[in-house]
Design a protein around this ligand. Structure first.
Ligand SMILES: Nc1ncnc2c1ncn2[C@@H]1O[C@H](COP(=O)(O)OP(=O)(O)OP(=O)(O)O)[C@@H](O)[C@H]1O
Length: 902
C-alpha cells in the first residue's frame, strides 16, 4: 500500500532540529494500517488523515511559507509539508547548480481539494491510499506542459490478478528547451509497489496522479502539489533518462556545471533510478540500468558526433571521473577505498575540492561502467527494515568534461562538471529499526539531508532577494556541492570581463581600421613626393598661404602635403594611444582577476569566522575539550592570518592606485611632449592653416551667387575683345599684303625686297605675340596646344578648358572657387592688356609702313625724275652726237641716226 516517488529538489522547509531519532519520519502513520498489516518495512502509505494537522485549506509557496489564511500556523504547516516530503519515497533532482536560482516553474504550492471535486478512488480494497507531496504551487490544468501529455489507463495488473488496479498513465514530456529556461527543476518518480508491499499492505495508494505535473494526496482534505515533471510508475528507465538526463549532458557539453541528485525516503528507489542494474549486455546497456550509465552512453555518442562535426576546428573532449561517498560525515574514495577521511579544500581557482581524490580518465561507456561497479561494490550498504540493501551513505559520481578546439588561430578551452548524486535515504528510527551503528548512520544521514534542505531553502530565499546565510559548511555534502559561492562578486567580475571583452572588440576593430589606414600613407607619401618634386622643380618656394603667386594645382599640392604630414603625425600619436590602451586593458584584466581572488579570500575569511562560531558553540556545549578547541582555534587563526596577509599583499586597491599612477605619469609625459617638442606649435600652425582654408571656403560660399555670373560675363567680353583684335589683326595683315602687291608693281626690286622683309618681320612679330599669349595661358597648367591649330580654335579651346577646369575644381574643391575665378580673370586681363599692346604695336608698325610707303612714292618720284633727267640727258647727248655727225660726215644718214635714238 505504498506509493513511491522521486523529486529533484526539496520543496519545503525543514525544521533544522529534525533528526531521525526524533521520529518525525512517519508522523502521519495510520494506526489502523499498522495494526492490520504489520509490515516488514514501515508502510509508506500509512499517512494519517492530514486534516488533523491541516484544519484549513492551505496554499504554500515554494519556500514552504503559507501564502494565505492562518499565518499563525505557518511554521507548523511548513514542518508538515517537510514531513510529507520525508515520506516521499524517492526524489530525483536535476539542476545546474552553478546558478542556485529558482525558476518560475519551481515556485509551486499545494491546494486542497474540495470533497466534491475529489474523484472516486480507484483503490481496490484497503483503506486510504498514501499521498506523497512535493512541489507547492497552484495545480495546472490537467494534461502535460503544452498539452502534449496524454492520460491513458493502461490498467496495470499488479501481481495478484484478482486485485487489478487501474493506474493512470501520463507520458513524460521530453522538452529539452524547457530545461534551458528553467535551470532548477523537480521531477517526482513514483515507483510501483513491490510484491512484499502488495502482499502485506494491499494495493491501495495514498497518491493519485492527476496530470503530468499534478499529484493529489488523498488525505482529508486532499492536497494537490505540482512539479515540473511527474514520472508515473510505468515510466521506464530509458524514458526517465530522456527527460531528466539527456538535457544535462547537453548542458555540460556546453560548459555548464550540472548536478542531479536523488532524494527520498529509504527504499523509495533512488539507487534504482540513479544506477539501476549496471551491466552491459551484447554491447547494449541493460534495460534496467539507471540514469548514470545512460548519461555516459549518450555523452560518448555526443562527443563522437561533435568531434566528427568539428574536425576542422580540431575539437577534442576529455572526461575524468571520480566517485566518492560521504559516510558519517567522512569522505571515502570509492575507487580507492583505502583513501578514507579525505579532506575538503578550497582553492581560488578550482573552488571546493576533495584532497587526494583519484580521478580516472574515461573514454567509453565501459570505462564508466567499470568505475560504477567498482564504486558500488565499495559503498556502505546495510539491511534495514525498510530496505534490504539500503545505502548508508551519500554517493557522488563526478565527471569533468573538458573540451578544447582551435578557432581564429586561438585555442579555446571549456569545461563542465556533472555531479550525479545518490543520497542516502531519510529514515525514521522507529520505522527502519536502526540501532547502534545503523542509528549513528541514520542520524548523520538525516542531519546532512536536513542541511541540504536548509541550503536549498536559503538559496531560494537569496534568489528572491532575501538576505540569508547559506549553511554550506554544516555538512560535507553541502560544502562539496555548493555552487559558486561568490555570486555577487562574480557578478562584478563577469561585468568587468564583459567590459574587457567589449574593449577588446573595439580595439581589434580599431586595429583593423588602423591597418588599412597604415597602408594609405605609403601611397600618399609617394603621391606627396611627386607633388613636392613638381613643386620644387617649378622653382617657386612660396608657402601655400601665398595664394597670389602660386598656381592652383601647386597650391593644392602644398596644402595636401601639409595635411598629409599632419595626418601622418596624428596617426603616429593614435598608434601610441592604441598601444597604451592595450596595456591598460591587460592591466584591467589583472585587476579584475585580483578582485575576484580578493573576493574569494574575503569569503574564506567569513567561513573561518563561521567555523569559529561553530567551535565556540561546541565548546560552550562542552562537546569539545578545551585543548581540542584551542588547537582548532590556533590552526584556524593561522590560516586566517595567512589569508589576510595575502589580502594585504595582493590588494586590488594597491594595484588600482599603481595603475592610476602609471596613467597619470603617462599623461604628464604627454603634456611635457606637447610643450617641449613643439607639438603645440605644430598644432597651432595646423589650426591656423585650417582656419584660413575655412575662411576661404566661407568667402567662396558668400560670393557664390555673384561670382560665377561675373566670371562668365568677363569671359565673354574678353572673348569678344579677342575676336575683335583678331579681326583687326588679320585685316591689317591683309591690307599690308595688298600694299605689298601694289608696291611690287611700282617699286624697284631693292626697295620692294626691303619692304617685303619688313612685312615678314611684322608678321613674325604678330605671330610670336599670339604664341606668347598662348604660352602664358599654358603656364597656368593647361595642356599646350599645337601652333598649327587655328588661332580661333586655340582660343576657344583654352576658354572651354578653363571653364570646365574651373567647374571640376569647383565640385571637388569648393573653397578654391574664388581663387580659380580670380586667376581666370587675371589671365583674361593680362591677355586683354597684351592684345591692346599688340594692337598699339601693330598700329605703330602700320604707321611705319605707311611712312615707308610714302617714302617710296618720294623715291619713286625721284627715280622718275632721275629717269626723265637721264632721258633728257640721253637726248641731249643724242642731239650733240647728231650735230657732230652732221658736222663731220655727210655720209651718215639721218634716218639711221633716228632709228638709233628710238
Ligand atoms: N521504478 C522502479 N521499478 C521497479 N522497482 C523499483 C523501482 N524503484 C525502486 N525499485 C525497487 O525498490 C527497491 C528499493 O529501491 P532502492 O534501493 O533503489 O531504494 P533507495 O531509495 O535507494 O533506498 P535507500 O535510501 O535505503 O538506499 C529495490 O529493490 C528496487 O529494485
Amino acid at each position: 500500500m505504498s506509493k513511491e516517488a522521486s523529486s529533484v529538489r526539496f520543496l519545503a522547509r525543514n525544521d533544522s532540529k529534525n533528526t531521525p531519532t526524533e521520529g518525525n519520519e512517519n508522523e502521519f502513520e495510520n494506526e489502523s494500517n499498522l495494526i492490520n498489516f504489520p509490515p516488514p518495512r514501515t508502510p509508506l502509505n500509512a499517512i494519517p488523515d492530514p486534516s488533523q494537522y491541516q484544519r484549513e485549506p492551505q496554499e504554500l509557496d515554494f519556500e514552504g511559507s503559507r501564502v494565505n489564511r492562518s499565518s499563525d500556523k505557518k511554521i507548523e504547516q511548513v514542518s508538515d509539508i517537510q514531513l510529507a516530503l520525508n515520506k516521499a519515497i524517492g526524489n530525483v533532482g536535476g539542476s545546474n547548480y552553478a546558478t542556485p536560482r529558482v525558476s518560475g516553474r519551481g515556485k509551486a504550492h499545494s491546494e486542497p481539494n474540495s470533497a466534491q471535486s475529489t474523484p472516486a478512488r480507484r483503490v481496490s480494497n484497503i483503506g486510504a491510499s498514501s499521498v506523497v507531496c512535493a512541489g507547492l504551487r497552484p495545480p495546472q490544468h490537467s494534461g502535460a506542459r503544452g498539452g502534449s501529455s496524454s492520460r491513458v489507463y493502461r490498467g496495470i495488473p499488479l501481481v495478484n490478478s484478482e486485485q487489478f488496479i487501474e493506474v493512470p498513465y501520463f507520458e513524460l514530456v521530453e522538452d529539452p528547451s524547457f530545461w534551458k529556461d528553467h535551470n532548477v527543476q523537480v521531477l517526482i518518480r513514483l515507483r510501483p509497489l513491490s510484491n512484499t508491499e502488495m502482499v502485506f499492505q494491499g494495493y491501495g495508494r495514498c497518491l493519485r496522479q492527476e496530470s503530468a505535473q499534478t499529484l493529489a494526496w488523498l488525505g482529508h482534505p486532499e492536497i494537490r502539489f505540482t512539479f515540473d515533471h511527474i514520472a508515473c510508475e510505468m515510466i521506464s528507465q530509458e524514458e526517465l533518462f530522456r527527460v531528466a538526463g539527456l538535457p544535462m549532458v547537453d548542458n555540460c557539453m556546453s560548459g555548464y556545471n550540472s548536478c542531479m541528485f536523488a532524494y527520498g525516503q529509504t527504499g523509495s528507489g533512488k539507487t534504482y533510478t540513479m544506477m539501476g542494474e549496471i551491466c552491459q549486455m551484447y554491447g547494449k546497456l541493460n534495460e534496467d540500468c539507471g540514469i548514470t550509465p545512460r548519461v555516459f552512453e549518450y555523452l560518448f555518442t555526443r562527443i563522437r558526433e561533435e568531434e566528427e562535426n568539428k574536425r576542422d576546428e580540431r575539437l577534442k573532449y576529455s572526461c575524468k571521473c571520480s566517485f566518492l561517498e560521504i559516510y558519517n560525515e567522512q569522505i571515502t574514495d570509492l575507487l580507492e577505498p583505502s583513501s578514507t577521511n579525505l579532506q575538503l579544500r578550497e582553492d581560488l581557482k578550482k573552488g571546493v575540492y576533495v584532497e587526494n581524490l583519484t580521478e580516472h580518465s574515461v573514454k567509453t561507456v565501459n570505462d564508466v561502467l567499470n568505475l560504477l561497479l567498482q564504486g558500488a561494490a565499495n559503498r556502505k550498504m546495510a539491511a534495514t527494515n525498510m530496505n534490504s540493501e539500503s545505502s548508508r551513505s551519500h554517493s557522488v559520481f563526478t565527471c569533468t568534461i573538458e573540451s578544447h578546439w582551435e578557432k581564429d588561430s586561438m585555442t579555446h578551452l571549456r569545461f563542465g562538471r556533472l555531479n550525479l548524486v545518490d543520497l542516502a535515504g531519510s529514515e525514521r528510527q522507529k520505522s527502519s529499526g536502526a540501532e547502534g551503528d545503523r542509528l549513528k548512520e541514520a542520524a548523520n544521514i538525516n542531519r546532512s539531508l536536513s542541511t541540504l534542505g536548509l541550503v536549498i531553502m536559503s538559496l531560494v530565499d537569496l534568489a528572491h532577494g532575501k538576505h540569508r546565510h547559506v549553511p554550506y559548511r554544516d555538512s560535507r555534502l553541502t560544502f562539496l556541492l555548493q555552487a559558486k559561492i561568490n555570486e555577487d562578486a562574480s557578478g562584478n567580475v563577469t561585468a568587468l570581463q564583459r567590459q574587457i571583452q567589449q574593449l577588446q572588440g573595439q580595439l581589434s576593430f580599431l586595429m583593423k581600421h588602423y591597418d588599412i589606414s597604415r597602408s594609405v600613407p605609403s601611397y600618399q607619401q609617394s603621391r606627396l613626393a611627386g607633388l613636392s618634386e613638381e613643386y620644387e622643380s617649378s622653382g617657386e618656394r612660396n608657402t601655400c598661404d601665398d595664394h597670389n603667386t602660386l598656381s592652383i594645382p601647386k597650391r593644392k599640392a602644398k596644402c595636401l602635403e601639409a595635411s598629409l604630414l599632419g595626418a601622418l603625425r596624428r596617426e603616429k600619436l593614435a598608434e601610441t594611444a592604441v598601444r597604451r590602451l592595450e596595456a591598460e586593458i591587460e592591466q584591467m584584466n589583472r585587476l579584475a582577476q585580483q578582485r575576484e581572488e580578493d573576493a574569494q579570500r574575503a569569503k574564506m575569511v567569513l567561513r573561518f569566522r563561521e567555523e569559529k562560531i561553530k567551535r565556540l558553540e561546541l565548546f560552550a556545549d562542552s562537546l569539545v575539550s578545551a585543548d581540542k578547541y584551542l588547537m582548532g582555534e590556533n590552526n584556524n587563526l593561522k590560516e586566517e592570518i595567512q589569508l589576510l596577509q595575502e589580502r594585504i599583499d595582493r590588494n586590488p586597491e594597491v594595484t588600482r592606485f599603481a595603475l592610476e599612477n602609471i596613467r597619470l605619469l603617462d599623461q604628464l609625459r604627454l603634456f611635457q611632449e606637447f610643450y617641449e617638442q613643439g607639438e603645440r606649435e605644430k598644432l597651432l600652425a595646423e589650426i591656423s592653416e585650417l582656419r584660413d582654408q575655412l575662411l576661404e571656403s566661407l568667402e567662396g560660399n558668400c560670393g557664390k551667387h555673384k561670382f560665377p555670373l561675373r566670371t562668365e560675363k568677363q569671359d565673354n567680353d574678353a572673348v569678344k575683345e579677342l575676336e575683335d583684335y583678331k579681326n583687326i589683326n588679320s585685316k591689317l595683315i591683309r591690307e599690308v599684303d595688298e600694299l605689298q602687291a601694289e608696291l611690287r608693281k611700282y617699286s624697284n626690286q631693292v626697295v620692294t625686297d626691303s619692304v617685303v622683309k619688313d612685312l615678314e618681320e611684322f608678321k613674325q612679330t604678330d605671330k610670336y605675340s599670339l604664341d606668347e599669349t598662348i604660352s602664358i595661358r599654358s603656364d597656368s597648367g593647361d595642356d599646350m596646344t599645337s601652333y598649327n591649330q587655328p588661332e580661333d580654335e586655340i582660343l576657344q579651346n583654352k576658354n572651354d578648358e578653363k571653364i570646365s577646369d574651373g567647374l571640376a575644381m569647383q565640385s571637388s574643391y569648393p573653397y578654391e572657387e574664388l581663387m580659380l575665378a580670380r586667376s581666370l580673370i587675371k589671365t583674361m586681363e593680362s591677355e586683354q592688356v597684351r592684345l591692346i599692346k599688340e594692337l598699339q604695336f601693330m598700329q605703330k608698325e602700320n604707321h611705319r609702313y605707311m611712312e615707308i610707303l610714302s617714302n617710296k612714292d618720294v623715291v619713286d618720284r625721284e627715280s622718275v625724275l632721275k629717269l626723265e633727267s637721264h632721258c633728257k640727258e640721253t637726248s641731249n647727248l643724242e642731239n650733240q652726237k647728231q650735230a657732230l655727225v652732221m658736222g663731220s660726215s655727210k655720209d651718215i644718214s639721218t634716218a639711221a641716226l633716228q632709228a638709233k635714238l628710238d
